[in-house]
Ligand binder design. Structure first.
Ligand code: GCU
Length: 607
């Protein structure tokens, strides 16, 4: 079989081209000849993507709408044997992927090749690859894809201009799988179209956006809406005009309202020109400070999109307090499948445990949408590392059902992706994948430390790489201690949390070990809950992390992966081993030089 046809988790043949989710559902049933028989009945008592499954002589999917039918069909076809009777409905209305693809074909923080749909300033794609992708997204319930980078560069303005017809054509491929397109827009777009300002309260600006939105919807009537990064890392926004983010977002939302479009506004706003000498400003506090006072001021089709942690997708962060504090505003959770800080799809870092941790920390009802920064590209296997596909799969599962069990999700992905594996190999692989996050955490920055990556690139260690820069990412390690005091005695960040969490994090004795250095500045000789000193724990974690990667490598080599996967897995594992050793040695040497403390077990630390 052509590898291109089964690189992700759906292994039965790709059906012929279809136009609607209903046709797709029917086509999938006939394509999956060896799978349990399914009868599709269309009824009207469910709607809004809901469906009912009934196990009778045959397995029956009942739904009032096409999307529900499609989801029911995928659930049955992907199940391991019979599945339970019942009605299901995706937890959130919007389950989105955000692609950071640029018009020149590059991808910001992309680790699996180039863009699947942009090249050289225009839209260009292989329709069969897009269809295969759309199929996989639909199979896990993802229903929106934003195709362009949130950093909207000048050439991407053409997407809602001269390239609109091409965007509409691309939208029609996704439509057959009930995946709607979304577009990132630039807040300053009117400025390059003859308007003297982008002030959201200016009538000329309001009129410009109304006309432009009407034009866009005339070509793509089911566009999900617009995504905006404003006043963030140099992007234009309402602050330039002395307007609030509610004023900025509402103006755009108003233009979208009559078409049923949503306006997704990112909350990644902080001072990226901070002076490292300033110990009062504390970047994790920024999003809450900007948006919490605006709670209740946004129109009903505005969704604020908040990163899972208050910093920026570090290996481990506490849940963003903004997600816990907005009572009258619709929120979307944002996670990052692209492993920007977590191994860049070279090192293995599987996210089912992360998703569980996020949803446990947040609760399922705090949000009404989920978004994930894409890990996709035009590599033959779409995600660079074959295992990175698990992160996409798991994201869809959690965004559809946040009560998903991470072990189950991982097992399901392994079973679907490597159907020929023995039970023992499946279990072993699932175990390796499930533990990969904590392994990565150990050899990089354990205990919530974060930000010791090589600046810019964000792969590999550089303990002081960001220490004297303007990004607000400091650890202030000296010969006695490391970390920032974010308690009430320090920057006061902990006070952004509800009382119970605030109390938990305030006290270093109750703060979970894996977040200790996020919240506290601790001396190296601090004795932790397990009796070890902080510095000893730091050494131990690094040495153990490396050992675990060697073990992982050995186990993976014993497994019967298909040849193409085996080669990629081995090649990346070699790089992960180098990376893990580098992290371990650099970090241990760094802290050893600063503290002068010897490793209790006399392992090799370079002077
Ligand atoms: C990170 C990342 C940027 C990205 C930004 C964002 O800072 O390094 O490349 O633009 O996040 O989320 O907007």
């Amino acid at each position: 079989m052509n590898r291109c046809e089964h690189t992700l988790w759906l292994s039965w043949p790709m059906p012929a081209e279809t136009n609607t989710p209903y046709e797709t559902a029917m086509a999938e049933i006939s394509a999956a000849q060896n799978l349990p028989k399914t009868v599709v009945l269309k009824q009207t008592h469910t709607g809004d993507e809901a469906y009912e499954i009934r196990n009778e002589a045959e397995q029956i999917v009942i739904s009032g709408d096409d999307a529900g039918l499609l989801y029911g069909v995928y659930e049955i076809l992907m199940a391991d044997g019979r599945i339970e009777n019942g009605i299901r409905k995706p937890a959130y209305a919007y389950r989105m992927i955000n692609c950071w693809d640029n018009m020149d074909g590059t991808i910001e923080r992309g680790y699996s090749g180039r863009s699947l749909w942009f090249d050289n300033g225009r839209i260009a794609y292989d329709a069969s690859r897009i269809r295969l992708l759309a199929r996989h997204l639909a199979s896990v319930g993802i229903n929106v894809i934003c195709i362009n980078n949130v950093n909207v560069h000048q050439d991407a303005l053409s997407l809602i201009d001269e390239h609109l017809d091409d965007v509409a054509e691309l939208a029609s491929i996704f439509r057959a799988y009930h995946v709607r397109l979304m577009l990132s827009i630039s807040f300053a777009h009117p400025l390059s179209d003859g308007i003297a300002t982008a002030d959201p309260l200016n009538p000329a600006v309001i009129g410009w956006w109304e006309r432009r939105t009407a034009l866009v919807y005339s070509r793509i009537p089911d566009l999900a809406g617009f995504l905006v990064k404003a006043d963030s890392e140099g992007r234009p926004g309402p602050f330039t005009y002395g307007r609030s983010h509610a004023e900025g977002a509402n103006m755009l939302a108003q233009a979208l309202q009559q078409y049923g479009g949503i306006l997704v506004w990112r909350c990644f706003v902080y001072n990226c020109r901070q002076n490292w000498r300033d110990t009062v400003t504390d970047r994790p506090k920024a999003a809450y400070e900007t948006y919490q006072p605006l709670d209740g001021q946004f129109l009903s089709n505005v969704i604020l999109q908040v990163k899972n942690g208050p910093y920026d997708f570090q290996v481990r962060e506490p849940i963003s307090p903004l997600l816990l504090s907005m009572q009258k505003t619709q929120l979307a959770l944002e996670v990052q499948l692209a492993q920007e800080y977590t191994g860049q799809q070279v090192d293995i870092y599987e996210m089912p445990p992360l998703f569980k941790e996020i949803w446990d920390g947040m609760g399922r009802d705090r949000i009404m949408a989920a978004a994930a920064v894409s890990n996709l590209g035009n590599d033959m296997n779409y995600t660079g590392h074959p295992f990175a596909a698990l992160n996409l799969y798991a994201y869809g599962r959690f965004a559809s059902d946040p009560d998903s069990n991470p072990e189950q999700v991982t097992d399901d992905w392994v079973r679907l992706t490597y159907p020929s594996f023995s039970e023992q190999d499946r279990k072993l692989l699932a175990y390796i994948l499930m533990s990969s996050r904590s392994v990565y955490e150990k050899y990089t920055t354990p205990m919530g430390l974060g930000w010791m990556v090589t600046p810019g690139l964000h792969y590999g260690p550089s303990p002081e790489g960001y220490e004297y820069q303007a990004w607000g990412t400091y650890h202030r390690a000296d010969r006695d201690a490391v970390g920032i005091d974010r308690t009430s005695n320090g920057t006061g960040y902990t006070r952004q949390y509800p009382d119970a969490l605030c109390r938990l994090y305030e006290n270093s004795e109750t703060c979970p070990d894996n977040l200790l250095l996020f919240f506290h500045r601790l001396r190296y000789d601090t004795v932790l809950k397990d009796g070890r000193t902080l510095i000893q724990r730091m050494y131990d974690e690094h040495f153990e992390g490396v050992e675990e990667v060697y073990r992982m490598a050995e186990l993976l080599r014993s497994m019967p992966f298909p040849q193409e996967d085996a080669a990629v897995i081995e090649e990346r594992m070699q790089r992960q081993l180098i990376n893990a050793n580098e992290w371990c040695d650099v970090m241990n040497t760094y802290f050893h030089r600063l503290s002068g403390v010897q490793d209790e077990h006399n392992r090799k630390i370079y002077d």
